[in-house]
Every structure is written in structure tokens, then in C-alpha cells.
Design a protein around this ligand. Sequence first.
Ligand SMILES: *Cc1c(COP(=O)(O)O)cnc(C)c1O
Length: 427
Amino acid sequence: MRYLAIQKIPFRNSNDMPKQPGFTTTILHSDRLRKPEFGALHQPIHTAVTWGYENVNDLINVFQNKQKGFAYSRQGNPTVAALEQKVTQMENGRDSVAFSTGMAAISATLLALIRAGDHIIASSFLFGNTRNFFHTLMGIGIEVSFVDATKVANVVAAHQPNTKMVFVETIANPVTQIPDLVAIGDFCKTNKLLYIVDNTMTSPYLFKPINVNASLVINSLTKYIGGHGNALGGCVTDTGLFDWIGFPNIATTFRNQIAPAQQGLVQIRKLGLRDAGGTLSPEAAHSISVGAETLALRLQRTCANAQTLANYLAQHPKVERVNYPGLKSHPQHDRAATLFTGFGGLISFALKEGVDYLSVLNKLKIVIKSSNLGDTRTLAIPVAQTIFFELGPQRRAEMNIPESLIRLSTGIEDVDDLLEDFRQALE
Ligand SMILES: *Cc1c(COP(=O)(O)O)cnc(C)c1O
């Protein structure tokens, strides 16, 4: 199948394009390199569920991973494959598998690669649903240690003989902690641990986890890559840095049939798509592909707006504190400045004791009260009462989440309109 052969597709000849096109040029011209019919500039939306062959031997070879091709859309579809190729290019990776949601990508990756009796070290500051999924894993015989990954010493201290993997996010939601991504990468390399980095908050435009030795990169395509709040999707990218030969949890059939470099992703694809069925629809893949064309433009504007808003909120007399990596007061500001090409769009802030934070939210006219993040529109949500409600007051206190914490996902509106909206709401 195509994952036996995918590599970055080169531009046809050096007259067509500069030799190493930039980030946005690469995404914009990616579909055309597969030469769609009629010279189309986009890959078509292939709605076929199944694929027919003139010669049954070709069908057999596709089934046996000996030939590129598509057999049944649960496991692979050309529109989805075009998006997988784009994410691979954005991450400078080897190959990718797309899923119906970011959570489908995360759950498939973990279920495919971890066995009962294994141990995972995970950041204690994780997206809430990912954290819940780790608790599900603990219920089926997998050990998980949650550590403050902003300091590599905590990861090192949690290491056990049965540790298989370290899992972190680039910028934690909602308090914006940033793990010691470089040192954890070095530690994983030395100890031959899978290093999984959820890059959703930064996206490959602001950060490429391959540069810190990540083995697998996860992106929720729902967020910045799709970017418009109109399609769900997720993706796992193999950076090509991990040695699958040395990994004990690859099934014997894949060990014997599949080239070593592809064994990890093939196992994730087979479990996550063939068996668990978390397949991305071609319509959603198309929406996300179109959204991805403007990822860089949107994030430049988003980061600039977020910095302006964070600066404004930080000096406001009714605001107790602001969490944003772009502020000098942020504990990992220097780390973010070194590793990322921008500080992202996520801000959280707590209001002073006695300020009615719910009425402040209700007074906002442009900013939308909504969950989700990475949208073109600015979204605000009170954290303790919604996305972190189930955790209860004690866990929230441990996670540094006060009752008045508001999470902002900054959009690309005109920044003066956003400033005016907060000014009148906080009056
Ligand atoms: C939203 C999110 C996910 C899950 O993505 P969905 O597409 O909503 O399933 C995973 N990780 C992070 C960091 C996220 O923000």
C-alpha cells in the first residue's frame, strides 16, 4: 500500500519551483504534485468506499502490502492521503496517518503501541480528554506516571525498567506550561523510549518536534491546521527518528512483512483505522487541506493579536494574572522564545477576587463564549466550570486553575476590535 512508498514528493523539475520551497509554498502546491485530473489545483473529494481492479492480482498485492493502491476507504482514501502527505511535509516527517479526530489519533497511537504491563511517563498538564484516556489505559493494566515535565529531572525520576514512552504537549492548555522538550528528547534517545509530542497548540508552523528528537508527532487537525472550526480531524506523523527494530511491541506479522522504518505507523494504521475504524471522511480531509493553505498567515496574525491582548490584560487593574508564553513573566518564556517561531494563540487569565468573571464574559460582544480553540474567531470559556469541571476543586487547585480562570483562543479579528471588546467588558 502507499505507506510502503510515501516519501516527500519532489517538485517535478528545478524550473517549476525553487529547490527547497518554503512552508506555505509547499502546502499550496502539494496537491498538484499528484497530478489530479484536468490540471485541478485541488485533489478531488473521492467519495468511493471501495476501489476496483481490472486484474485481481493487483487487488491481492494491495491487500498484501506489496503494491501501492486503495482497497477500502476505512483504511485509506486518496483525498485523505493527500492531506496526510501535506502534514508529513509540514512536519518534515517520514509519513503520516490521519484520523477522524485528534482523540482518535491519540487513542489509536497508544492502543497500537502499548501493552498491559508497560509504563508511560506523561506530562501532568495535558488536554483534559487525553488525561482521561490515560486513566482508561490505567484501567486495562498500563502504568502511567504523571509528572511536571517542565523539568526533565521529573521525567528521569519516573523512569522504570518497563517504561516504553514519554508523552507531552508543546504548550499545555489552559495554563500554558512548556515542557523541557529538548532535554526530554535527549533522555528518550539515550534510553530508546518512544517520544510522543502533541504539537496541536503550536502546529508545525511554530514548532517541529522532529527538531527535539520526537519519534511521533500528533496534531489535532481540528485546531490550527484546519483552522476554521468547520471540520474535525487528527493526524500522527512518524519523524523517522525512532528505531522500530528495537521496539518490542511490533506484531510479528508486521515485523516480517513491513520495512522497519514503516512498522510503527503501519501498526497504528491497522489498529486505528482497520480495526477501530477512526477514519477521517474525505469531505473533512478536503476542508482541512484548504484550511491548511493559510496556516502560516493565520498564525502570524493570531500570535500578534494574542501578544497584544496578553500585554493589555497583564496591565489591567482587574486582572490577577495572565498566562501567555509571550510575556516575560512566563516561567518558560525563554524556552518558548528559543524553540518556537511564535508564542501561539492560547492565553488564560484570572480576574481579581470579587470581580464577577461570568458577567465580564457575558458583556463580550465580539469574543464568542465557546469551547474549541485554534479557530479564526476569538473564543473564550471559563475553565473551572466547563472543560475542567469534572476534575473537582482539589485537582484544579493542584493544576493551578482558579475558579475565575478564563481561557482565550485568540483569532484573527482586527486587534483594535478585540481590545475594545475587552475594555468595555472589564469596565
Ligand atoms: C483538541 C485537542 C486534542 C483533541 O483533538 P480533537 O480533534 O478535538 O479530538 C488533542 N490534543 C490537544 C492539545 C488539543 O488541543
